[in-house]
Design a protein around this ligand. Structure first.
Ligand SMILES: NC(=O)c1ccc[n+]([C@@H]2O[C@H](COP(=O)([O-])OP(=O)(O)OC[C@H]3O[C@@H](n4cnc5c(N)ncnc54)[C@H](O)[C@@H]3O)[C@@H](O)[C@H]2O)c1
Length: 257
């Protein structure tokens, strides 16, 4: 039987690496794309059934090369996981144009370019795209003018792609993760932000890379064969909750003290 093949961007660590591992467990081949060549090689060394693509997903020529190398290696692409992302937090007045562009280049342009480059091979397999946005793209919050806006755009672009590619049998969905303790998050989550997230999340904790991978791989698989154009928040309930949770917690704490 021919093995399915997924391209996972940002696969050297974090959510991308957990997603790679889950695909491998299910018998897929994985083309791991990441611009951090050293970390990518280290991650690939201990895994079989993987191809390394040490490229920048925001560069059109490098994306073309990556897709070509994947097809030469596996002969097919069944899923594209647009997971690579960069986060920079700061007040709007301090966000330089260079910083704004850095965030948009990877999070938005990269997602657009990889998806566009995979249309033909995905049409051949009736495959799927899963974009990784963020709860910061669903709800505004402070310090995330570039990051939150890039992720909101990814959510809308998911629907644009789903609308246009459905006829070719390609499904396009989006996962919006809540906080996960990866290198990306820990670089921008201060102790105050961590405490605020715990308070605002009904499940009262950060998610794990594996919990995100489970949702991503489900949406990429045939089990989700009639789901397209959707955004799934994997966030412990953060997005569904309004005001009052911290107050409720303090009441419960007082009662159980
Ligand atoms: N960790 C969280 O709390 C969280 C929350 C919401 C959304 N997300 C999103 O999940 C995705 C994965 O994040 P993570 O936390 O695992 O981050 P991470 O920093 O651990 O991993 C991201 C990987 O992407 C790679 N990368 C970045 N830009 C690239 C580019 N232009 N080309 C190729 N590779 C590139 C990095 O080298 C890195 O290995 C991101 O899109 C992020 O925005 C994460």
């Amino acid at each position: 039987m021919t093995q399915n093949c997924a391209i996972v961007t940002g696969a050297a660590r974090g959510i991308g690496l957990a997603t790679t591992d889950l695909f491998l467990e299910l018998g897929w081949q994985v083309a791991m794309l990441d611009w951090d060549e050293a970390e990518l090689k280290a991650a690939a060394e201990s895994r079989t059934g993987v191809l390394t693509l040490p490229y920048d997903m925001s560069d059109p020529a490098q994306v073309t090369t990556a897709v070509g190398e994947t097809l030469a290696w596996s002969g097919r692409i069944d899923a594209l996981i647009n997971n690579a992302g960069v986060a920079e937090f700061g007040p709007i007045r301090d966000c330089s144009h260079a910083q704004w562009r850095r965030v948009m280049d990877t999070n938005l342009d990269g997602t657009f370019l990889c998806s566009q480059a995979c249309i033909e091979p995905l049409a051949a397999t009736k495959g799927a795209i899963v974009n990784i946005a963020s709860i910061s793209g669903l709800r505004a919050s402070t310090l995330r003018v570039a990051y939150g806006t890039s992720k909101a755009a990814v959510i809308h672009m998911t629907k644009q792609y789903a609308a246009e590619l459905g006829e070719q049998g390609i499904r396009v969905n989006c996962v919006a993760p809540g906080p996960v303790r990866t290198k990306l998050a820990m670089a921008v989550h201060s102790p105050e932000i961590i405490a605020a997230y715990h308070d605002a999340i009904p499940l009262n904790r950060y998610g794990s890379e594996r919990e995100l991978a489970e949702a991503i791989v489900f949406l990429a698989s045939d089990k989700a064969s009639y789901i397209t154009g959707q955004v799934l928040a994997v966030d412990g309930g953060f997005d569904s909750t309004g005001v009052g949770l911290p107050a409720l917690r303090s009441v419960v704490e007082a009662e159980t003290a």
